[in-house]
Design a protein around this ligand. Structure first.
Ligand code: PEP
Length: 253
């Protein structure tokens, strides 16, 4: 059975104290209502919060994720944080290729390929983000854009390494805009991604890969999105910062 995931992306929000409170509240909910074994919560949090929040959550149900890592292994890169450092403070997942990183930090598919390799070497599971911009969807180019992102950053991996990847389809026009993709639009893309994986690797591997939807996902629209056959949960930005709303989303997994 595929793992279903509710992943929060806190972005550059919360003080450490606020973050601990939020993580504790989610842990408390899960203590009262344990998740089935194929369901998991992943908290994508700022670097500064990783070590302390790892101490507050039970890895049985909740994993901690970083939101980025350096594209180098180690050395004279002042201000950068390596995959090895992230793993050493207890994170198990890492968001790679978020559209905000691609847009504001000019991360290319080639950079992301390197980051994915560095993460896998440290046994960090990438939550790899793909998705088209608004003008690309308007020109009906969403499938070629996503295929290129997968081809250039992930499809060089062998099947064993690829099996550790989680994919997040995040149409850029839907992130933080309040405009989510319809369940049909999201399902269509998720099915397309699964077909590409089946072609590149195998139908079995394609069937086992977790593919999340991200983009203005909230407690109101998650039920319909999550009920689509190829959608295995969500990567949630804004709504993951609101304790009760994120808990409602977890319940819908
Ligand atoms: C995100 O940042 O990955 C995201 C999906 O944000 P939001 O849910 O706020 O659109």
């Amino acid at each position: 059975m595929r793992t279903r995931i509710a992943a929060g992306n806190w972005k550059m929000n919360t003080t450490l104290q606020d973050g601990i409170e939020l993580a504790k509240a989610i842990q408390q909910f899960i203590n009262n209502f344990p998740l089935e074994s194929h369901k998991r919560v992943v908290l994508g949090i700022p670097f500064t919060h990783i070590y302390p929040i790892v101490q507050e959550v039970d890895y049985k149900h909740i994993s901690v994720a970083a939101q980025n890592c350096a594209k180098w292994e180690k050395g004279a890169y002042t201000g950068e944080v390596s995959a090895e450092m992230i793993r050493s403070v207890g994170a198990h997942y890492i968001i790679i290729g978020h559209s905000e990183r691609r847009q504001y930090f000019h991360e290319t598919n080639e950079d992301l390929k390197t980051k994915v390799e560095l993460c896998l070497k440290q046994s960090l599971r990438p939550i790899f983000c793909v998705g088209e911009k608004l003008d690309e969807r308007e020109q009906n180019k969403q499938f070629e854009v996503v295929e290129k992102q997968l081809q250039e950053s992930l499809f060089h991996l062998d099947a064993e390494h690829f099996s550790h990847i989680v994919i997040a389809y995040e149409p850029v026009w839907a992130i933080g805009t309040g405009k989510n993709a319809t369940p049909q639009q999201a399902q269509e893309m998720h099915m397309f991604i699964r077909q590409l994986i089946a072609k590149r690797y195998s139908p079995t591997l394609a069937n086992n890969i977790t593919i999340l939807y991200g983009g203005s996902c909230n407690a109101q629209n998650a039920a319909l999105l999550f009920s689509q056959p190829d959608i295995d949960g969500g990567l949630i930005g804004g709504a993951s910062l609101k304790t009760n709303e994120f808990i409602e989303i977890i319940k819908l997994l």
